[in-house]
Design a protein around this ligand. Sequence first.
Ligand code: BTN
Length: 268
Amino acid sequence: MQSDLKILNLALDLKILQPQILHAKQISSTNTYFLQNHPYPNGTILLADYQTGGKGRHGRIWHSPPGQALLFSILLTEIDDRAFLHVYTFMAAVAVFEGLDLLGGSTFKLDLKWPNDVLLGGRKLCGILVQNRLVGNETSQIVIGIGINVNQPANFFIGELSQGTSLNITLGRNMDRIEVLKRVLVGLDRWLFILGDSGETAIFNRWKALCSSIGKRVLVNDGRQIYTGIFKDLSSQGGLVLETDGHCRVFYAADVTLTKETSDVGCN
Ligand code: BTN
């Protein structure tokens, strides 16, 4: 273990995740650390106060000022061969949603955005990056990286971050990051247990129940073309099923936005 990692005992009663977590004041990226350093047991968590090279989707950088966001990764070494990577993304998003939902009152509106965001009041509160390490053709470990904007002030979200928000902005008060972490980990632990016990169906169903854009008209940008249609469902592998002119297309990597004239449409 690196000497600059300390152990923090969260004193939580967990089935799969390790309550004794690794803590770094500064690290390049919690995801990259786990992908490069493997001698840790299943369910180890690494929390950082600051990342100098935080990773986002599509090779983007994940920016967070020191000590203000919750930046952590979970290492999984006992992997269900049948589960697709998207399942872990959905599971993390559901756990973040459920863990934070009771923090605010009626104006505290969380939502899920396919494939990996948790929104608060329509703005990005949390991003999730799931990565795997392959040995030959086999996934030997999965790293679930979660970044939650906790205490950043409004003036942090400018320029390319202008679609972001933090708990502080909506709640009007600073939050204890460890308390927020504990809320999320309790749910993650429960969903990991459910995944191991009965497979991914419950996770998919819960994700769909919490995602307000299912059944709505959306724009899907796959980097080459923009499609408009109804977000009908998740495919069995977690892809976005878009219905356009009676024809279904499945996307595995794309950006989704609700259209302005969003209408509710059934999605049987
Ligand atoms: C996204 O682009 O929305 C995904 C962002 C994921 C950021 C988190 S922060 C903790 C973990 N370590 C990383 O380098 N990235 C993830």
